[in-house]
Design a protein. Structure first.
Length: 989
């Protein structure tokens, strides 16, 4: 029997995703409604993976009963271990599978859940119901704030930044981060319990100086040496910034200059000085925080103006509004009443990454579930996390949240590591058992099926630390980089596949350094770099953006006859030239002064742009497509930018919205050696991992405040000041706790890095680097790299890798679906419209059955969800019957044979983008299939297929056989009778 309220501590590689999906399925068997199970993850990728796992487990369990193989099914065995009976499983699996497929399970990210809650209650926190999620332009926010200040206030603002040693940009960033703190935290930090007796900073400093003079007089009375007397004759500012002076005051009994004198009569004076220093620090903190609060009020006003004008919230703003909603503005019972579907079960993944604010928002829901009555099928809480993998302190996550949230829950640990080889597991156990209190060693599951003996045993190679002198940083970095390159070469030489190797680093800058060094020595190697970057920072997109801006400015210049201001014209002309120059430079072309070539003609690039005759009234998508084709920018970044532009009608409207668009660059191909930061690698695994110590010097923390926590709540902020911890006991306690968490996170980052490896782990370290805290300098773990066995790659047309790729759209192909002219003529006629939807549904059946090998039941469920708004159940069943019947015909089966099938295959040729419905292929033959629901205009259908075949003829020479493959093409008419459904197309028309 599963515990009703359970916290699962899941170390790296222990199968937490399996445990979460198993818990979900177990709850279904206990009678839980799928829609009442709230499953929250931290990333969209994790939520998609969770849904996929649950779906696949349910499907495999159902199939195992249909085929009589249930006894070997992992989910079946796991459910039996959890207390379910065979009859419970066998009698309910079919109904549960059907219910799950027809429902909309709430498996989502925390951010998405908060978004959905805010949509329901937006008016209670002053937000429009039409708000969108996007990226807020901080620059615009900062500009709005600064423009709200008078000249006098600007001067005071700059002086404040200067006196505090803050750069203007850093202080603005501080205001931005403080805008997401609960207001009471800042107020409590201003008005603490320390009574300063109404004294100003200057008066407190004067009092300290007077009392220091009393000690000085006592030393003179005892005829102390000038050196001893001088210690207490310093100015206040010198004393507060001098470590030796502070030490002299706290340890005068053992101080070499003072221990010979009897200062016992000065104990009360020293205590008075201590108390005055505490008053001084708190008064200074109060003044600074009050000034920050003053600016913060103005900053929040500017922030709200920007948000309202754009009607956009970022995820941080959404979380803040949820916090206000659930802690200040709404009755809890009313909140649950308004939630459309009651949440009776909650599953939380990666809970160690939760921030205090996120937990405070979720806590009422968790408490509500725990406070109710009923068995596990009625209500339950399941929290999964691992404090050793809490590495996002810089984002506000707090590992103490996991400890606080799981106090009242039953706690279990996952015993086995299903990811790593025995050698790697043993090494990590030995290394980190010294770092973590109550560390539980992970066991190796010997029942696992391994690809090879090498994978089962594994290897670990810890390189001797590279010495680091004060002036040898660059030299040490060069040695470290050379070690990484050499180790990479050694792995490849022993047979490792480049796709299985990952190099993990500490900073984004280190990625570029290593990439350049590797490419210099191994230019043939594919390298995939994983960095966080916005789409609009990519070179191809910047070119397109500048081109759009050129069109806008050029349009304004052509209206110059309406202007009276020549200065405005000159300004616009300079702006245009700047954009033109940027385009030319980004394209790698030479720039000739005023964009004019040596012959006096305009630059070739500009000539290309002008020849397109793109005007301000042209839709942005049309402009971008023309630019992509003309400037040869057909990259995934450009296509993503083109996709975004399709929602806008005007260039100016599109450009105005870009700052608020939340869009990261599309992921690169995953083929090649990966180089990424450790933070980016969290949640991933790699067969072979090379860990590289940080390059360059360690950066000092720039944080001006430390946070004191009470349980899972923020209690107070403390402003960092030199030597404050010596005098201020409360501050010292907060600082000690902060340092414990900060030092623990350093170990956590290393734990995450070391546990990414499946078979092989190689560590390159400095003597004074990040790995020093692990004490690896004396490690004798340096295994030889065995002969490695790589999994053979399937035949996947690698000769067309850069030209051909699959884009799964599952029938929703508004941008590429070829609708026959006869259909489009009556597009506003309801029956014609349904015919088009029916054709799209046919495409979906072929794609899902051939491309994804989905079962008929699954396809029917998906079709009903996708097209049920237009097609009846009978229509969908008819569509299924015709498509499946066509695929089961003798002619179709003969075509398919043992060939591989790819659906929705896109390629670029002659600067145009094409898409084939299906491509069947093996080592000897390519077959193009194009599905048509209408039988008219057969000639144009054939011409379309010929274009696909011609592309394959030109680019399809097989690298292995050195022979041209046979190419055939067919139009598939599923609505015709059998024997007439396949129409072969000859390459020559």
């Amino acid at each position: 029997m599963q515990e009703q309220f359970l916290a699962l501590k899941a170390s790296a590689g222990s199968g937490k995703t399996f445990s979460l999906s198993l818990r979900f399925i177990y709850l279904l068997f206990q009678g839980a409604n799928p829609h009442q199970i709230l499953t929250l993850t931290f990333t969209k990728k994790a939520s998609n993976e969770m849904y996929r796992r649950i779906y696949e487990h349910l499907k495999s369990l159902l199939l195992s009963f249909e085929t009589g193989t249930f006894e070997s099914n992992d989910i079946y065995k796991a459910l039996l271990q959890k207390g379910l009976s065979h009859n419970q499983i066998s009698e309910n699996i079919a109904a549960l599978y059907h219910t799950f497929m027809q429902s909309s399970p709430r498996i989502t990210t925390i951010d998405s859940f908060f978004h959905s809650v805010l949509k329901k209650f937006c008016w209670y926190v002053g937000v429009s119901s039409r708000f969108e999620i996007g990226e807020i332009d901080k620059g615009e926010m900062y500009e709005m704030f600064l423009s709200s200040l008078s000249a006098k206030e600007i001067k005071e603002f700059v002086e404040f930044c200067f006196t505090q040693g803050l750069k203007l940009q850093d202080f603005l960033a501080m205001l931005y981060s403080f805008s997401f703190l609960p207001h009471n935290i800042l107020l409590d930090s201003c008005y603490d319990e320390i009574d300063t007796k109404g004294l100003s900073l200057e008066q407190i400093a004067q009092e300290i100086t007077i009392n220091m003079a009393k000690v000085c007089d006592e030393l003179k009375r005892q005829e102390a040496t000038p050196s001893a007397i001088k210690l207490f004759s310093k100015t206040f500012d010198y004393f507060t910034n001098s470590k030796s002076s502070v030490k002299m005051l706290t340890d005068w009994e053992s101080h070499s200059y003072l221990k010979k004198y009897d200062l016992s009569s000065m104990e009360s004076v020293r205590e008075r000085i201590y108390g005055l220093f505490v008053m001084y620090y708190h008064q200074k903190q109060r003044q600074i925080l009050l000034r920050i609060l003053h600016y913060l009020t103005r900053f929040k006003n500017a922030q709200q103006q920007v948000l309202k004008s754009k009607n956009v919230l970022d995820f941080e703003s959404v979380s803040m509004k949820n916090y206000e909603l659930l802690t200040q503005n709404i009755d809890r019972e009313f909140f649950y009443f308004r939630l459309d579907e009651k949440i009776t079960h909650i599953l939380l993944d990666e809970f160690q990454d939760t921030s205090c604010m996120q937990y405070q928002i979720l806590r009422p829901i968790i408490d509500e579930i725990q406070s109710g009555n009923g068995r596990i099928g009625d209500r339950s809480v399941f929290i999964v996390g691992d404090e050793k993998q809490s590495i996002y302190m810089f984002r506000g996550s707090f590992s103490g949240v996991f400890e606080e949230a799981t106090k009242a829950l039953t706690q279990e640990n996952l015993e086995y590591n299903y990811r790593s080889s025995k050698r790697v597991i043993d090494f990590n156990n030995a290394t980190f058992s010294r770092c973590f209190e109550n560390y539980i060693n992970q066991a190796y599951p010997h029942t696992l099926k391994q690809e090879s003996k090498e994978q089962e045993i594994g290897f670990v190679r810890v390189f001797a630390p590279v010495g680091e002198g004060e002036k040898e940083v660059q030299k040490v970095d060069n040695v470290l980089v050379s070690q990484v390159v050499d180790e990479l070469g050694a792995l490849l030489e022993q047979g490792a596949d480049e796709d299985d190797i990952a190099i993990l680093v500490f900073k984004n800058n280190d990625i570029l350094t290593l990439k350049e060094s590797i490419q210099a020595q191994m230019p043939h190697l594919n390298i995939v770099t994983e960095t966080n970057s916005r789409l609009f920072e990519k070179k191809e997109v910047k070119i397109l953006l500048y081109a759009l801006k050129c069109i806008v400015v050029d349009s304004k210049l052509h209206k110059q006859e309406q202007w009276e201001n020549d200065e405005k014209k000159t300004s616009l002309y300079k702006e245009l030239k700047l954009y033109e120059k940027s385009i030319i430079k980004l394209l790698g072309e030479s720039y000739f002064g005023d964009c004019v070539g040596e012959s006096g003609s305009s630059h070739p690039v500009l000539h290309k742009l002008k020849s397109l005759h793109l005007g301000i009234d042209t839709p942005p998508s049309q402009v971008i497509l023309a630019l992509i084709e003309e400037l040869d920018l057909a990259q995934s970044m450009s296509w993503r930018f083109l996709e975004l532009s399709c929602e806008y009608r005007s260039i100016e409207g599109f450009l105005q919205e870009i700052p608020s668009l939340l869009c990261n660059a599309p992921t690169q191909s995953n083929q090649g050696v990966k180089i990424m930061t450790i933070h980016k690698s969290k949640g991933l695994e790699f067969k072979y991992v090379i860990l590289c110590d940080r390059l360059g010097r360690e950066n000092n923390s720039s944080d001006r405040f430390i946070t004191e926590y009470h349980g899972a709540s923020m209690r107070q902020l403390y402003y960092k000041m030199p030597h404050r911890e010596v005098f201020d006991i409360a501050y010292n306690g907060a600082l000690q706790s902060y340092n414990v968490y900060a030092n623990q996170e350093k170990h956590n980052v290393l734990y995450v890095a070391f546990t990414r490896a499946k078979c092989g782990l190689s560590v390159m370290q400095k003597s004074k680097g990040k790995f020093e805290i692990l004490g690896l300098e004396n490690s004798r773990q340096f295994d030889d790299i065995p002969k490695l066995v790589s999994k053979p790659k399937s035949h996947n047309m690698q000769n067309m890798q850069s030209l051909l790729y699959t884009m799964p759209k599952l029938g929703e192909q508004d941008d590429f679906v070829r609708v026959e002219q006869s259909e489009s003529k009556g597009i506003f006629d309801s029956q014609s419209w349904r015919n088009i939807i029916f054709g799209n549904a046919l495409h979906s059946v072929f794609e899902m059955h051939l491309g994804y090998e989905m079962s008929v039941k699954d396809i029917q469920s998906i079709l009903f969800n996708r097209y049920g708004f237009a097609l009846t159940l009978e229509n969908i069943q008819d569509c299924m019957q015709k498509a499946i019947s066509c695929m089961q015909s003798v002619e179709f089966k003969n075509l398919l044979g043992s060939k591989m099938a790819r659906c929705e295959v896109s390629y670029k040729a002659e600067n145009r983008l094409y898409r084939m419905d299906t491509l069947l292929y093996d080592k000897k033959e390519w077959i193009v299939l194009d599905y048509k629901s209408a039988t008219s205009d057969e000639d144009s259908h054939k011409q379309q297929v010929r274009e696909y075949m011609e592309f394959l003829r030109r680019y399809g020479k097989d690298k292995e056989s050195k022979e041209h493959k046979q190419i055939r093409g067919f139009i598939v008419y599923p609505l015709k009778k059998q024997g007439e459904q396949l129409c072969e197309v000859s390459l020559i028309g």
